[in-house]
Design a protein around this ligand. Structure first.
Ligand code: ZN
Length: 155
């Protein structure tokens, strides 16, 4: 069985509102969201979600699925359990954080790029998350425990 699954409609609803409220420059970008049923740990840290820019091969392979007929520009991978346990506000924070990584080079042929964390991005996110700065840590702890429970029941 593939570790990835299609997302539920509520993901698309949150994505739509986050895009409209914070990322007008992403109008025209095709974004695919997938649920990851497995945990992804990078440098000892659980990745609740991550975003990738789509290379030309993947774009070609997803041509028939994307609405624009040209394939997806970005893929957002979301830990399925994190989404499940996340509050409505957590879900917004999760997708908003991932979209912060986009770097739109308009007026170029391939505008859909990514960027790493910059102090500026962090500041705007920290401001928006000021009522709960611990949210990602808390959600990661809950999600990791849920993964461990699932792994235990697999065998
Ligand atoms: Zn990030």
């Amino acid at each position: 069985m593939n570790r990835y699954e299609p997302v539920t409609d509520d993901v698309l609803t949150v994505l739509k509102s986050v895009r409209e409220n914070h990322f007008p420059e992403l109008q025209g970008a095709e974004i695919l969201c997938v649920f990851d049923t497995k945990k992804k740990v990078t440098k000892g840290k659980l990745e609740l979600a991550s975003i990738a820019a789509v290379d030309e091969m993947k774009k070609f392979l997803t041509m028939d699925d994307a609405l624009n007929g040209e394939g997806y520009d970005y893929i957002i991978r979301i830990d399925k359990l994190a989404w499940h346990y996340g509050t409505t506000e957590n879900r917004v924070r999760l997708l908003r954080h991932e979209l912060r990584h986009t770097n739109v080079l308009s007026e170029t042929l391939k505008p859909w790029k990514l960027r790493g964390h910059t102090i500026e991005d962090f500041q705007s996110e920290i401001r928006l998350n000021s009522e709960n700065v611990q949210w990602a840590m808390d959600l990661a702890i809950m999600t990791l425990a849920a993964h461990e429970q699932n792994e235990g029941s697999d065998s």
